[in-house]
Write a protein that binds this ligand. Structure first.
Ligand code: BYC
Length: 483
């Protein structure tokens, strides 16, 4: 079966890339499959492998009606290989090869570079499933539990997407990399996942929502940049992944909004006006807004690290080679080669944070990060609208990019959320005001009581405005059979 918009379910691995006619890759993937299932059973959602979950499965890559919903046991989910359709006459849109036909095979000179990018992207997908592994047990509702599992199976599919590219285009070393993607483990001291944020814990549902808001949004930005790639199969696979990614960010944005709404409601009902009266607010069984701000500070800063160094020759090389572009590259009006262009980069100069013009080519990571920060701020405004509507006097704010950083210009300084540099001793004294403390974590944990009756929600979160697939409020999104 040739490449189509429809997904072929006749092979063990659903696909729209004609796997039936590509026995070498089909065989390689069939060999990889048991290891994947093994990984899913040991590292995937703990305790719910025999539950029936109301999941969407991609059945087509047509933007209209690409998914169908049904009850599925997660280990039986049809993880497949889905690429957006090939655009006739597509060209390399930037860099030294601008204007050449897009590559259908890996150019030899960029092989190592492309493999590295695909492996890094692939590594984040199983990592996030590992990080979220125990959250099902404390789900605030069946609706939320289902969303968690949907995100998890789709991250699993995104791993498949990268593994397909490795098997199809990178021969023996591609197969070895694909095997290693199943060996590394989030947070493991000996074989950690590749990027920092993917070795952190996701200990509670507020973290999960912040992660899907901030870290999945890095996923969106990175996938958008890879979707610009001159290596057409990578571009096409990322374009389809973005369709799924949108739901993950929806889960994050609405999850935080619902927690915010519940807190504001509870404060109003109890006649509490001061959002900083934390003990009084916590007594209501909801999460106080200043603690939510701290969680946002943490997840935002961890996600900023995922953009790499502000000034990066790696990024310049990726761009020049035409393998990784800028956000919405084709909509930018310039020469797409950045000849002589500069870009303002925030840097540490004599202990002061200053904007410095750098060659735009080496500032690609900074530019993508700027686009990301703007995108984060937009969604945060929606949380602020929810607070405003309730009349509570509080606003969320993104911390300064120098705050709590481990990669890049600011990794060696300590800074307040307003971007004021401060000494180690002062930081140690004040950091619990800005980042979740152990006591904050313990309090949030105390609220993480499972709420698994259809239509019911935990004390700290409101129901969603609409159900998934337009289901009514008491729909049983997960039929729990524990395993
Ligand atoms: N942690 O020039 P530099 C997602 C390394 S999320 C550890 O600064 P470069 C998802 C870097 O590897 C999106 N190491 O940076 C979300 C390099 O090492 P080597 C994932 C780091 O290379 C939620 C050295 O430092 N996709 O999809 O321009 C759920 C110097 O590098 C980190 C991608 O990231 C770090 N944070 O950019 C599920 C796209 N940062 O090579 C999924 C693919 C840098 O010298 N990846 N380093 O040994 C990339 O484009 C780039 O690898 C990065 C780094 C943007 C990550």
């Amino acid at each position: 079966m040739p490449e189509t918009t429809h997904v072929d379910y006749s092979t063990k691995i659903p696909n729209n890339v004609g796997l039936m006619d590509d026995q070498r890759v089909l065989k390689a993937l069939e060999q990889w499959h048991p290891g994947y299932i093994d990984w899913w059973m040991t590292m995937g959602p703990d305790g719910f492998q025999t539950s029936d979950v109301y999941l969407r499965t991609a059945i087509s890559i047509d933007p209209k009606g690409w998914a169908k919903f049904d009850y599925v046991k997660m280990p039986e989910y049809r993880w497949g290989i889905l690429l957006a359709p090939r655009a006739e006459g597509r060209e390399v849109n930037f860099g030294a090869h601008k204007g050449e036909p897009a590559w259908q095979e890996v150019p030899g000179e960029y092989r190592a570079m492309l493999r590295r990018l695909i492996v890094v992207q692939g590594d984040t997908e199983p990592a996030s499933v590992e990080q979220q592994r125990y959250l099902g047990k404390t789900a605030p509702s069946l609706y939320d539990m289902r969303n968690l599992f949907q995100v998890n199976v789709e991250e699993g599919r995104h791993l498949w997407a990268m593994v397909y590219l490795l098997h199809k285009y990178f021969g023996k070393d591609g197969r070895e990399e694909a095997d290693q993607l199943l060996q590394r483990r989030s947070g493991d001291a000996d074989k950690p996942r590749m990027l920092g944020a993917f070795n952190e814990e996701t200990p509670d549902w507020l973290s999960f929502f912040m992660f899907t808001y901030f870290t999945d949004r890095d996923g969106k930005m990175q996938l958008e940049s890879l979707a610009q790639s001159g290596f057409d199969p990578l571009s096409r696979t990322c374009r389809f992944m973005l369709t799924e990614e949108a739901h993950h960010m929806f889960v994050g944005e609405t999850g935080v909004t619902r927690a915010v709404e519940r807190t504001c409601q509870a404060m109003q009902e109890a006649g509490i006006e001061d959002p900083y009266d934390i003990p009084a607010v916590r007594k209501l069984g909801v999460i106080d807004l200043p603690t939510m701000q701290k969680k946002a500070n943490l997840h935002f800063s961890l996600s900023l690290d995922l953009f790499g160094n502000e000034v990066s020759t790696n990024a310049a090389n990726y761009y020049n080679a035409g393998v990784k572009g800028r956000f919405q590259e084709t909509r930018i009006e310039d020469d797409h080669q950045l000849t002589g262009a500069t870009y303002p980069v925030s840097k540490l100069v004599d202990g002061q944070i200053k904007m410095v013009e750098e060659p735009a080519l080496t500032a690609i990571n900074m530019r993508l990060r700027d686009d990301y920060v703007a995108d984060c701020a937009k969604g945060m405004e929606r949380w602020n609208k929810a607070i405003e509507k309730s009349g509570v006097a509080f606003r969320f704010k993104l911390p300064h990019v120098a705050f709590h950083r481990h990669i890049g210009e600011f990794q060696n300084i300590k800074a307040t959320p307003d971007g004021e540099a401060l000494g180690d001793a002062e930081w140690a004294k004040q950091k619990d005001q800005w980042l979740p403390s152990k006591a904050d974590g313990d309090f949030i944990q105390s609220l993480m009581q499972p709420c698994w009756e259809p239509g019911r929600f935990a004390s700290w979160i409101t129901p969603p405005k609409v159900g998934i697939d337009n289901k009514g409020g008491d729909f049983e999104y997960v039929k729990i059979h524990r395993a």
